[in-house]
Ligand binder design. Structure first.
Ligand code: BTN
Length: 253
């Protein structure tokens, strides 16, 4: 099943492509289904934030991932998607290396151009699947006040209208390649080096916004499970993305 390609279902407007993906999953749509909307009225970001999703300004889509792979591999799926999106974007814009702010914000020139929202879908204790929602800033020329210093778009960075069809084709290729490797390996060891090369905070001081107590340390990379390795004066912490956010000490990255 996993060698099949992606099947895109496009809608003019949805509340949220993640919500529609959940509805489709419950109706039996399976692995490789992608839900896309030109506009979202209730776009969701991580940590309960809103993902502003004006018509045609961004690319908003959600991929359904098959249930049998999602238990132990769930946390790593977003990192796999992050790398696949980086590679696909690099095919359509003149940037050699898009960076990543752990776990899965994609960064160009120290500003966020893409976010990924993963959700695990359970029925009782049974895993029905995972969904990976991706929002890419395509054409925005300005952003809401709270995002102005943090966000950018492909148009602002390149001065060009991005070729979305070419991006989707490339994404399918890279997603299949990296996802297959992840299925075979069951850990992220195979993409650790590539991920770390892209890690915007590598070797820098980060602030870990842990609800149990904030702390600072040096980001050293990721583990094969996808945890961020933070060195707090010789003590190594493995930070899990479900629990915390990470900030640069001088701002967003
Ligand atoms: C983040 O906070 O960085 C994650 C943002 C994820 C946004 C995308 S847009 C498509 C999908 N549908 C949603 O409602 N959210 C995700």
């Amino acid at each position: 099943m996993s060698s099949q390609g992606l099947r895109w279902y496009s809608y003019p407007v949805l509340d949220s492509t993640n919500e529609e993906a959940k509805r489709l999953l419950s109706q039996g749509f399976g692995h490789g289904t992608v839900v896309e909307a030109l506009e979202q009225t209730k776009g969701k970001g991580r940590k309960g934030r809103t993902w502003f999703s004006k018509k045609g300004e961004g690319l908003y889509f959600t991929l359904i991932v098959e249930p049998q792979e999602t238990g132990e591999m769930a946390a790593g799926l977003t990192l796999v998607m992050a790398i696949a999106v980086c590679r696909a974007l690099e095919e359509i814009i003149p940037f050699d290396r898009i960076q990543i702010k752990w776990p899965n914000d994609l960064i160009i020139n120290r500003k966020k151009v893409c976010g990924i929202l993963a959700e695990l879908i359970l029925e009782g204790s049974q895993i029905q699947g995972a969904i990976l929602g991706v929002g890419i800033n395509l054409l925005q020329e300005t952003f809401e006040e709270e995002l102005k210093t943090k966000a950018t778009s492909l148009y602002l960075e390149t001065g060009q209208v991005p070729d979305v069809a070419a991006f989707k084709e490339a994404l399918e290729h890279y997603w299949m390649e990296y996802y297959e490797k992840y299925r075979e390996n069951k850990t992220l060891e195979f993409l650790r080096e590539e991920y770390q090369k892209r890690l915007v905070n590598l070797g820098q001081t980060v602030r870990v916004l842990d609800p149990q107590g904030e702390y600072e340390g040096i980001a050293r990379g990721i583990t094969k499970e996808g945890y961020l390795i933070v060195d707090t004066e010789g003590q190594i912490q493995h930070v899990s993305s479900g629990e915390v956010s990470v900030r640069g000490v001088y701002g967003y990255v």
